[in-house]
Design a protein around this ligand. Sequence first.
Ligand code: AQP
Length: 332
Amino acid sequence: RTRIFSGVQPTGHLTLGNYLGAMRRWAAEDQHRADALFCVVDLHALTVEHDPARVRRLSRQAATLLLASGLDPEICTVFVQSQVDEHLRLSYLMECTASDGEMRRMIQYKEKAAAVQARGGSVRLSLLTYPALMAADILAYGTHEVPVGDDQAQHVELTRDLAVRFNQRYGATFVVPKAVHPPVAARVKDLQEPTSKMGKSHARSAGVVYVLDEPEAVRKKVMRAVTDSEPDVSYEPEPRPGVANLLEVLAACAGGEPRRLAEEYDSCGALKKDVAEAVVETLRPVRERHAELAADPGCVDAVLRAGAERARGLARPRVDAAFEAVGLRPMR
Ligand code: AQP
């Protein structure tokens, strides 16, 4: 059976980008068509300056939101990365397989390192080695497919390279996975800065719609979205990124195709109104279910405990085999 692995980082509150680009399809399609594992990748959240209590809180919130978005622990596995040691064990072997140069070429590393330096902070070494841990996350499970937004394509490509290299050096150990991207909303843009992606760790939140935003806050953010000075509506991502982003979000939330939808509007104001309502209605059931689940944290904990146990059982034999393959003494 096809195995799927994907994750979210508890580096901030989950956004509309996370939902449309990833979580929604995990729930609607992926968990039904494959043996799927979904992970709150909390170790990755430590690659930038972090507040321990906040990471703990956000991990729980992210796990609760995964369940609220429709992941069913009866048919898929939901767990927290740090509760399964195999990720860290295999991550080291991935660091021993990757080169310094290929890590430094990662766009996300360059961008995030530059942002840390611009704030006068020091770049954590783990920010550089992040893709080794991500490769371990994926390869530990014999994953075939990694459903992610566009922004993660380069990391999955590196994971493939590492799997192939490891297999060539030490013998067939890992499945070589591939990334799969959603057909629409693969990259939702920031409403205030429509040339960059909507990200949960952005300092300025005016352009970021969070899954748990109140409807009024969603409407406000969408109505204030940056467009351009043209009076009409057309779908032209290059010259008109703001309008194109709104049309893509509308298509993702209410159906349709961005270019076609553009023909139905003669002003950005009318478009924004419909986008706002479509987003509010898309997020409403998730917010409601989140409120129910958050009222019963014991239940979420039990799901995560069972998920970690299953994940451990799946990962351990392959990671043990990888340890042996590189020349370390067998575990048992
Ligand atoms: N804007 C987006 N559009 C479409 N998909 C997105 N994803 C993230 N942002 C968008 C997809 O959501 C999944 C989980 O993302 P993540 O937690 O690995 O990354 P992030 O939300 O981008 O979080 P960061 O790195 O904490 O935030 P920023 O970017 O602000 O620094 C992934 O499948 C991702 O593709």
